[in-house]
Every structure is written in C-alpha cells, then in structure tokens.
Write a protein of this length. Structure first.
Length: 283
C-alpha cells in the first residue's frame, strides 16, 4: 500500500517531523509514501500567502528531511511532493516553485473559490442564498480552471465542496451535476492528469473517501489516466486513516491499480488489492 498525501511540520497545518510519519508508515506496513505539504503560509492577519522565496527555503528543508529519512528507513520509499492549492494569483509563484525543486509528485487542489475557503470554518458563506446547482456548479467550474492551469500531477479531494455543503443541502448526489463533472474529468484525461482517492473524509463527514464512487467510475470512462491514494493526514497518529477503506472504494469503482511517481513522471503501478499477483514489468 502507499500513502501519497500527508502533511508534516513544514505544512502550515501539519505537525511533527517527517521521521515520525515514516514510523507510522512502517508500523502499518506501508511501503511507499509521498510528503505533500501545503505551499501557502498563514500571515499574522489570518490571510494566506504564497511567497516564492519563503516557499523555496521551506521546501529545501523538506527535501533535506526526505534525504535524511531515506537513509534512516531504507525499506521505505519516500517521495518528495507538495500540494499546490489553486488561486489565480498563486499560479505564477507555484509554476516557478515546480521548476525550482526536484519534486517527485505534485497534487493540485481547490480550497478557495471566489475568495471563500469552501473547506474551512466560513464555508457556509459560499452556500448562502443559492441553490446547490449554483454553488456546486461554481465549485466545479473553478475545478476546471485548476485543471486548465495544470501545474500538478493529480487532482486531490475532487468533491471536497460537499464536506460543508451537506449542511446546506444534505447528502450530495453527483448525478445532479454529471455533465459539468464529466467535463472536468475529460479535461484531466486530455491533460494527462490523474485523480486521487483521499481518505480524510472517512474520519469526519462525509464518512467516506473523496470523491464519490460514481465520480471515480466516470473518471475511468473519461480517460483520467491514473489513480493515487492518500490519507491527507496532518499528524502521525492519523497517518493510516481510511487507507484500507479507500482502496476498497476505488476497487468498487473499477480501478485496480495505483500509480507511483518519481521526478513527476509515472514510473509504475501497484495493485489496489495487496494479495493480487502482479504481472511482470510493474512494481
Ligand atoms: Zn487539500
Ligand atoms: Zn492536504
């Protein structure tokens, strides 16, 4: 099994040194991990900023910690990654960051839409006084903008908007927005961008991995080229949250493999079900 989405002490919202997350991986029998810290940093006034110089310095320290952890955990494959959150004004510094450091894998994510963090405490502002089709429709439109930008390898937590949206509208049925969702997925297929199963939803609402099983099925049908899996944990004690459920969820949607990365290129796959025998060539 792998975990290609977690945050450590070098992420604004993460905790504890990388080696403690590696320990958690080793205890759980996970063989390959990728640390994907946020680039944006919290200012004293509570706003978020992507400062290219600060980010380069901080991610150089992450890379140093990855190199040290590799020698301490030789049995574990440790990749150097990041989570690039999309805002139109951040694409330039993020493009430069991607060019400046030897990342193995980059997640693209959408937290802010029209200045509101749809995954944060003020998310209700985004849903106020408009129907689900308008609010979620705008979210998927912004997700399309993220994909058109494209400086990343896989889309993280594709339907994160439902995390707080359910308080306004109840449980999300993707069929009500199938056409715009398929359009985003088809764009990912054309751009060679993959999709992530994100298991952070298992421990809180929606009590299931992101995205919905039907979206994972449509992703295959629309030509999304690969799947990754991550717990999106922010502390070592949550490192394995939902990972087993996440693989079963993806299997039900017809996926059978997870893709692994080096230097931002897919270099192989591993089976979603650990007992499955592997054909030659892949690892
Ligand atoms: Zn995220
Ligand atoms: Zn994350």
């Amino acid at each position: 099994m792998i975990n290609y989405h977690f945050h450590d002490e070098h992420s604004s919202d993460g905790a504890r040194p990388l080696v403690e997350h590696c320990e958690a991986a080793r205890r759980a029998g996970i063989l390959e991990i990728c640390v994907t810290n946020h680039v944006e940093a919290l200012r004293e006034d509570g706003s978020w900023v992507v400062d290219f110089e600060e980010a380069v310095r901080r991610f150089e320290r992450v890379l140093e910690s990855v190199v040290r952890a590799r020698s301490r955990f030789p049995e574990l494959t440790i990749r150097f990654g990041a989570e690039f959150a999309y805002r139109p004004e951040w694409t330039d510094p993020l493009d430069r960051l991607a060019e400046s450091l030897p990342f193995d894998f980059i997640l693209g994510s959408l937290h802010d839409v029209d200045g509101i963090d749809v995954s944060g405490p003020n998310a209700s502002e985004f849903f106020r006084d408009r129907p689900l089709e308008a609010a979620y429709g705008r979210y998927f439109e912004a997700l399309h903008e993220l994909v058109e930008w494209g400086t990343f390898d896989a889309v993280a937590h594709f339907d994160l908007v439902k995390r707080y949206g359910h308080r306004a509208y109840g449980e999300f049925a993707p069929s009500s927005l199938e056409a715009p969702i398929r359009s985003v997925l088809a764009g990912m297929g054309r751009a060679g961008i993959g999709i992530e199963v994100n298991t952070s939803g298992c421990a809180q609402w929606p009590r299931a991995p992101y995205p919905d099983e039907s979206i994972l099925t449509w992703a295959r049908e629309e030509g999304v080229p690969f799947l990754t899996l991550g717990s999106d944990s922010h502390a070592p004690e949550h490192f394995t949250q939902g990972i087993t459920d996440g693989s079963a969820h993806a299997s039900r949607a017809g996926w059978d493999r997870l893709t692994i990365f080096e230097a931002r290129r897919p270099i192989g796959t591993i089976p979603l079900q650990p007992n499955e025998t592997q054909p030659g060539g892949d690892r």
